[in-house]
Design a protein around this ligand. Structure first.
Ligand code: GDP
Length: 424
């Protein structure tokens, strides 16, 4: 059976949540395999508008099995609150259909504290962290200093492990940052309040995935953020702390032997970026404000205005290659309808030389965008549902991107609603 990953090609916020929500119809299992609650997917469907941070986007279809894999940063407090939020809006989460990997590590309150303390220490050099504790969390995971979700099911072991970690973490909190120490009782009380309600959902999700595969079920792997934020291949050091690439899906989901048949890369018809770091195609002033408003580019988690610009084909082609995308979904094409001419970044000028290769991260500050313009269509396309019904200029825009990116654009999204999609 065909398994697929849905991944971001750029800096994140490409509209992956919307694509997963649409495609879950064709899949039986949806797995989140990396990242934590530091980004958000916005899903609009008949039940309302949902900003999902940790829950897989398959939760809206009751027959779909949803999994948080071992690669995910599980913050019990945020997850439990998010579960209660969606349940309030009528989305049931039953332990037979929602699983948390026993091997997923837990984000603890000190990770959030350390994130904030470090950003404060960096002052104007800060990375623009969402302060969800993600970087300190993944650092601790690599140092083997995290609690696994499965440990919640073994209380005496949990107490001893928390005690050990508290002693170690207090050294950093007090001696490095001069902050208040924490205590075993404080951490255990937090885990009891927010971790205990999650216990029925925790289990061996690798087994669930293997069995689903053996029974011919189709699995969809859902990524957070985009290729340019990938820990290994992104715009270091302005990346996230996990691997946002499709290639990590088998490991982060706990099923390393799984074969991905399709990698669907989600690309926005223009660019947006949250936080600090080089963003070569960035627009400023009124030009940026108009696009930001047209696209509603304000963070799903923080509400802060996103940086915006035209589509950057240099960065996007790099993202397509890094993801190994086999098909693309182009989202938010409708947002560009206000422009009579659409600027597109086709090359970078680095030290007076034009290139279409994405530079080494340290050289990105030197890169200047080289733009061309394509004709706009200047009409509302949000009710188009077929390729034929799109204005010729919109088709030409899509075809130009497809040719330059060397990857078929199979989906064109013209609105946030589930059915506002054109299949090619
Ligand atoms: P994700 O993290 O990649 O899922 O992206 P976000 O959820 O942060 O951003 C996507 C936003 O764009 C959400 O508010 C979606 O509802 C919205 N959206 C997705 N596709 C389209 C589209 O084709 N047109 C418009 N106008 N909005 C869209």
């Amino acid at each position: 059976m065909a398994h697929s990953a849905i991944v971001g090609i750029n800096w994140g916020d490409e509209g992956k949540g919307r694509m997963v929500d649409l495609l879950t119809e064709e899949y039986d299992v949806v797995v989140r395999y990396q990242g934590g609650g530091n980004a958000g997917h916005t899903v609009v469907n008949e039940r309302g508008t949902f900003a999902l941070h940790l829950l897989p986007s398959g939760i809206f279809r009751p027959e779909v099995i949803n999994i948080l894999g071992n690669g995910v940063a599980v913050d019990c407090e945020n997850l439990w609150k998010e579960m209660q939020e969606v349940e309030k809006k009528g989305v049931a989460l039953h332990p037979s259909h929602f699983f948390i990997s026993e091997r997923a590590s837990l984000v603890l309150p000190w990770h959030r504290d350390l994130d904030a303390l470090e950003e404060a220490r960096l002052a104007d050099q800060k990375f623009g962290s969402t302060k969800q504790g993600i970087a300190p969390f993944y650092a601790d995971k690599a140092a083997k200093k995290t609690i696994l979700a499965g440990e919640l099911l073994h209380p005496s072991h949990l107490r001893a492990h928390v005690e050990q970690l508290v002693e170690w973490k207090n050294l950093t909190l007090t001696k490095v940052y001069g902050a208040k120490p924490t205590s075993t009782e404080e951490v255990l009380a937090w885990l009891d309040q927010y971790g205990s309600p999650l216990k029925p959902y925790i289990g061996n999700t690798a087994k669930v995935l293997r069995e689903a595969d053996r029974c011919g079920k189709r699995i969809l792997f859902e990524a957070q953020l985009g290729a340019l934020r990938d820990l290994d291949l992104g715009i270091h050091p302005y990346t996230t702390s996990s691997n946002a690439l499709a290639a990590y899906a088998p490991v982060g989901s706990g099923y390393p032997a799984v074969k991905l048949d399709n990698v669907i890369g989600v690309v926005k018809a223009y660019s947006s970026c949250v936080g600090e770091g080089p963003f070569t195609c960035e627009w400023f002033g009124e030009q940026a404000e108009t696009l930001r408003k047209a696209g509603g580019e304000y963070g799903a988690k923080t509400g802060r205005p996103r940086r915006v610009g035209p589509i950057d084909l240099v960065a996007t082609r790099y993202g397509v290659q890094a993801q190994g995308a086999t098909a693309l979904a182009l989202t938010k094409l409708d947002v560009l309808s206000y422009l009579s001419e659409i600027p597109v970044v086709v090359r970078y000028d680095v030290d007076g030389e034009e290139t279409d290769a994405f530079p080494f991260p340290a050289c990105l500050d030197e890169a200047k965008p080289v733009e061309i313009t394509l004709p706009g269509w200047k009409q509302d396309i949000s009710s188009c549902r077929t390729w034929a019904s799109l204005p010729q200029e919109a088709k030409d825009y899509v075809l130009y991107l497809e040719k330059t990116l060397d990857c078929p654009i199979r989906y064109v999204s013209v609105g946030p609603e589930r059915d506002a999609i054109i299949l090619r």
